[in-house]
Each structure stands twice: as structure tokens, then as C-alpha cells.
Design a protein around this ligand. Sequence first.
Ligand code: PLP
Length: 477
Amino acid sequence: MSLAAVPVQAASGAPAAGEAILRRQRVRESAARTYARSFPIVPVRAHGMTVEGADGRRYLDCLSGAGTLALGHNHPVVLEAIRRTLDSGAPLHLLDLATAEKDDFTSALFESLPAEFAARARVHFCGPAGTDAVEAALKLMQTATGRSGALAFTGAYHGMTAGALALTGNVAVKEPLPSGGEVARLPYPYGYRCPFGVGGEAGADLAATYVERLLDDPSGGVVAPAAMILEAVQGEGGVVPAPDGWLRAMRRITAERGIPLIVDEVQTGVGRTGAMWAIEHSGIVPDAMVLSKAIGGSLPLAVVVYREDYDGWRPGAHTGTFRGNTLAMAAGAATLRHVAANGLVERAAVVGERMAARLRELAAELPVIGDVRGRGLMLGVELVDPAAEPDACGARPADPALAVRVREACLARGLIVELGGRHDAVLRLLPPLTITDEQVAAVLERLAAAIAAASTGGPTGGSANGSAGAPTVRGNR
Ligand SMILES: Cc1ncc(COP(=O)(O)O)c(C=O)c1O
């Protein structure tokens, strides 16, 4: 669909039916509903980066199912794989039995992984969500090491089930629940809001030194853990890329101490960061990788891939009913191959850099933009209060209220952008890897206009269903 067909107020729809659906959703679905609060729209059709709502409007989708839709909505390659599988009569649900589709997906997955890792890897198919694969990875390493605790980082997001939530940093979602798991929390190298008040490479070096010293301190309070888990770029934590040197330090520190390293690539995988897998930027080889989201080609699929030496599980050690989704495996294999064969990884790197450069120019014009960061097509714009005093690193306080107004102003301009970050003040851009140059221009134009409108205090142009004041805890975090 060309951008010419994506005016803000274009498509036909059924606004009244949409309103009724939204009304019923509000009274029938749980208070924990999340994105539905941020985006009170009823999508009826979607193609590529464009979502058409029942309100008759078209939106450019920069959320992409929280990074799931590497090829955008309903990509022909994905649809063809699904149709072919449906027409073949293959069983759609198969627990963990062997199928040609699973065999092919496993081949496509292993071909996409760094050769050194794939050469000695095993894969375990999990329940179809990232959080279940995180649980599986932790259990695997607990079984292999005979230890129970884990090392995880500030700002981490690993999922919503008990074990994964224990590894997650977000206090707001953890606070109401009984504490779970023994997790030592370590500082993630967040340059803009440096845990050591230093910033830059120096802050990352301190973060690495702190981890090393803490683990070696007999009175440091950290019992030998089953694993360390980290994201190479924190997504929900506010689009914070870890420096490559810090990642290499984590690999060295864990290897030297016999601590398995799990890298959670649920959000960063399949080209998103300008490498097929985010670990490739630093060249580290982890002991396990947790994969989900884009690997299913928009359908639910999650796996843990790990070094064969850790395969000490007994049969049934991590079972589950929905581990054999034939359609997801066909869609996932097609996606992995299409991304690799069509230069989409390289394009994500180039287009992401171009978008980041334009966003940095915008930051020079708009003082509410405190920081622009990211890798590939995983970009974050942190909004701050320009009138407040900066801290020692030059960072001003986050402005979550402004961020909500910007999200609303984006939606009013036909742009879907979600928030994230420690203070819910980071605009997160996760467009599909297939984004066209025309769409890049439209996204940046709409975003700039939305930030300008929202920060001057004028009307955001938001709809009556706007989400200002919605609770700050959303589903993916
Ligand atoms: C890095 C990371 N790990 C794990 C998860 C959990 O995945 P799911 O929502 O499929 O359970 C997410 C979800 O956003 C994520 O970003």
C-alpha cells in the first residue's frame, strides 16, 4: 500500500460499530488491559505498516505488536506460508511431535544463528510466549548448575509469569505480589541516567567493575547463581542499548565464574537492531538465547536455544500443551528466510541510523527531547522537563505526562507509538523492517508535529477516547 493511500482521515469504516466494540471492551475486559487503553481504536484491516481502524482512519504502526511484526502486518510471504500449510492438510496442533514444518523451522532458525552457537545448540519449544521461554531457560540452568538464584539487571523486562517477573526490574508490577525467586539486581549501563552518575563508556566500565567485584566479594550477599540473564538492548526498559564492551565484559565475567549467560532476544531478534541477533554486534556467544515475538512471523512461538552441554533435562522437564503450532512454525521459517535473503537486516541498520540522525536534529530544536538512542529499528526518544535542573550527567527529570500527551497527539496524526522506560517517558519506535523511505518521512514528520504540539501545551488533537491519565503499568512491562 503506498503512502498516498495512507492519509490520516481516509479509509471507510464503521465508526458506530467501532465505538460499540470499544464500549463493550471497557465493561467486559479486565482492568489489566493495556495497549487497548493507549490506543482506543478497533483495527479492522492491516497491511505492512498500515492499520485501518473501524473509525475509518489509517494509522502508521510504529509498535508492530511490541516488535513482533518484523515484516509488518500480513506480509505476502507470511500469508503464503500460512495458506500453503493450511491447504496441505497438515495438523495444526501437535504438542511436541515431529513435523516437516517444525523440522524446517528448526533448520531456518539454526541457519540464522551465529555459526559458533548453532554448531553446538539444542532447541526447546516452549509455550508460545516469551515469558515461558524465559522460565524454561532459567529452569534449564537451575537443573544444570544445581543452583537456584539468578543475576538480572535494573530496567530488565523478561515477562509476566512468576519466574520471569522476578527477573524483571519494574517495581510497580512486582510490588503488589509476593516476592518471587532469589534475584541479585545489577546495574545496567544506561548512559543517559547512569546508575553511577557518570554516563558514557566510563559509566559502563564502572557497571562492569561493580558486577565483577560484587560476585567476588564473600560478603557481597550474592549466592552462586544458576544464571545471568540480560537484554543486549533493553526494550521495555526504555530502549537502552548496552555498549558492546560491556556485553563482552559480562560474557568474560560469567565464563570465568562458571555462571551460564542467558541472552533474552525476545524483542531484539530477527534483524530488529541491524543484526540478525543483537549479540552479533558484540560477537559474544551466550550459553542460551531466549527467542519469541518475530520468530513466529506474527503467530505465537517461543523457544530457548542453548549449548548442548546444558541439556541435562529429564523428559517432560518443561512441557506444555501449545508447543506445536504448525502455522507459526511455517510463518516463522518464511519470515526468518525472507529477512535474511532480502537484506532487511542491513536495511534496518541503515534506516535506523537515518531515523536516529533526524531525531537528534529534532532534539536540538525541541528541548523536551532529552535523549535519542537505540540500535537499528529499535529507537527511543526520552522526553524530559526542560525547565527542571539537569543531574550530574546532564539528564533532566523525565516527563511522563508529556509523553502521554505526545502518544495521544501521534494517534491523532495517524501514528501508533507506545511508551516505555523507567518513568514511562520514552517514545519507542519499532517499525517493521520493511518500512519504506516514504513511511520513514511520514513517521518523522508526524512525530515531530506531535511532540511540538504536545510540548507547547496546545491541544494535542487527541480523540475523545484519549488515554491521558490511564494507569502507567502496561502489559509488556
Ligand atoms: C525482552 C523481553 N523478554 C520477554 C518478554 C516477554 O514476552 P511475552 O510478552 O511474549 O511473554 C518480552 C515482551 O515484551 C520482552 O521484551
